[in-house]
Design a protein around this ligand. Sequence first.
Ligand code: RTP
Ligand code: MG
Length: 140
Amino acid sequence: MATERTLSIIKPDATRRNLTGQINARFEGRGLRIVAQKRLQLTKAQAEGFYAVHAERPFFNDLVSFMISGPVVVQVLEGDNAVAANREIMGATNPANAAEGTIRKDFAESIEANSVHGSDSAENAANEIAYFFAQTEIVG
Ligand code: RTP
Ligand code: MG
């Protein structure tokens, strides 16, 4: 299997409830390594830029407000098929549809406040990682 990297964000609903360690344990327990990590208060411009692909969606303004409502933890996860592996660990966007044992099933509050973000393709992962991290901040 191919070693890959993906961008993960622990969202404000999860940092507010002090779940960072429990979420990281899910990643590490499934073989993903946290090769970069920092806690940030996103600016509105940073959140809008990150979610620019969703700019025309009806939930965009609410999503940006939510993402700047408290600290986030941005991180780079590395491992076999990390993009797909992380999506599986996260579970479906809407916690009502998320499988048993996933982060969103166990922790998410709503379809918006759903505890984590994970890149959805290798190409987006590369762009999203570069959005938050310099190469020198990633130590594999
Ligand atoms: P993410 O990008 O955060 O990993 O989540 P995702 O791929 O599962 O979901 P996506 O469709 O990319 O949506 C990005 C984030 O927007 C919020 N959302 N709100 N109110 C709504 O109907 C709605 N739909 C999506 C969620 O926080 C979602 O993770
Ligand atoms: Mg997405």
